[in-house]
Design a protein around this ligand. Structure first.
Ligand code: CP
Length: 289
C-alpha cells in the first residue's frame, strides 16, 4: 500500500490527482474508503493533528486514540514495535509526527500505510500539498508563478518539501534568510529584492525550539530585516498572496496586523488542510478496507 512520507516520492501526476481529489472533497464528495487509523504524535501539533482528526471523522474512518504520554513508549518500546503492534490489532494506517528525521525508514517492512505528519527537519508532505492546493485554487496554476520562501530555510521541513514540489511543478522559487540558515540552498538576505514581483510570499516560522534565534537577532531586528512589515506588504503586487504554515510568531515573521489582512491565506491554508488530508488518507488507504 502507498505510504506518503516525502514529496520526492510523488510525481506531478499524483500530486495533481491529490489536489483534484481535495477539491472534490471540498465540494462535498463522500469518501469511498473505510478503515481504522491511529494518529501518533511524538512532537507537539495543533493543525496537523486536528485536521487529520477532522478529515478522518468526515470520512467515517474509525480513529483509535493513542496518547504517547500514557503508552508503552514510556517503557522504552520502539517506534517499530509500536507500529507493528497497531498493525497486529488491525489498524490500516498511521499518521506519525516524530522528531527523528526519516524515522519512517525503520517502518519499511510494516504492511500498514504510513503518512508522515512531519519528521524533524526532514519532510512535511501534507503541509506541502495543502500549500500547493491553496496556490492552485488562487491562481489556477502553479507553473510560471514566482514563490518567495522567507525564513528558517535550513531547519524547515516545510521549505524542504515545498522547494522540491514547487520546482517540479514549474514554479520559480527564491529563498530569503539569514546566511546561517541557508543550508544547501542558494539564498539571499534581501527580501526587498523580491517583494514587488513575487506572486506568493511564503513565510516560515522561526523555530525557537530547534536553535537559539535570540543569539542571532532580537525579535524586532528579525522582523525589520526579514519580516513582512506593513511597508513591504504595500509594495506587493495587487494579486499577490501571503502564506505561512503556522504556528505564527506574530510581530516576528509577519506584522500582527497582516495575519488576517485581505491578501493573507493563512487560515485558508488551515481550512484546506482538512480536504487535502482526506485526499491523502484515501490515497494511502484505498484497497485496505
Ligand atoms: N503547520 C503545522 O504543521 O502546524 P502544527 O505544528 O500545529 O501541526
Amino acid at each position: 500500500m502507498p505510504n506518503l512520507v516525502a514529496m520526492n516520492d510523488l510525481d506531478n501526476k499524483t500530486i495533481m490527482h491529490l489536489l483534484e481529489r481535495a477539491g472534490e472533497y471540498q465540494r462535498g464528495e463522500r469518501a469511498p474508503v473505510a478503515g481504522t487509523v491511529v494518529n501518533l504524535f511524538f512532537e507537539p501539533s495543533t493543525r496537523t493533528k486536528m485536521s487529520f482528526e477532522m478529515a478522518e471523522h468526515k470520512m467515517g474512518l474509525t480513529v483509535l486514540q493513542f496518547d504517547t504520554a500514557f503508552s508503552s513508549v514510556l517503557k522504552g518500546e520502539t517506534l517499530y514495535d509500536t507500529v507493528k503492534t497497531l498493525e497486529a490489532i488491525g489498524v490500516s494506517g498511521v499518521v506519525i509526527r516524530h522528531e527523528e528525521e526519516e524515522y519512517y525508514k525503520e517502518l519499511e517492512n510494516c504492511k500498514l500505510s504510513v503518512i508522515n505528519g512531519g519528521d524533524g527537519s526532514g519532510q512535511h508532505p501534507t503541509q506541502s500539498l495543502l500549500d500547493l492546493f491553496t496556490i492552485y485554487q488562487e491562481f489556477g496554476k502553479i507553473e510560471g508563478l514566482h514563490i518567495t520562501i522567507v525564513g528558517d530555510i535550513a531547519h524547515s521541513r516545510v521549505a524542504k518539501s515545498n522547494a522540491a514540489a514547487l520546482k517540479m511543478l514549474g514554479a520559480h522559487v527564491s529563498f530569503v534568510c539569514p546566511e546561517v540558515w541557508s543550508g544547501d540552498y542558494e539564498t539571499s538576505e534581501n527580501i526587498d529584492d523580491y517583494i514587488e514581483y513575487t506572486d506568493v510570499v511564503m513565510l516560515l516560522r522561526v523555530q525557537h525550539e530547534r536553535h537559539a534565534v535570540s543569539a542571532l537577532f532580537s525579535k524586532a531586528d528579525y522582523h525589520k530585516q526579514f519580516g513582512l512589515t506593513e511597508e513591504r506588504e504595500r509594495k506587493m503586487k495587487p494579486s499577490a498572496i501571503i502564506m505561512h504554515p503556522a504556528p505564527i510568531n506574530r510581530g516576528v515573521e509577519i506584522a500582527d496586523s497582516l495575519v488576517e489582512c485581505e491578501r493573507s491565506r493563512i487560515f485558508k491554508q488551515m481550512a484546506n488542510g482538512v480536504f487535502v488530508r482526506m485526499a491523502v488518507l484515501e490515497y494511502a488507504l484505498k484497497g485496505r478496507e
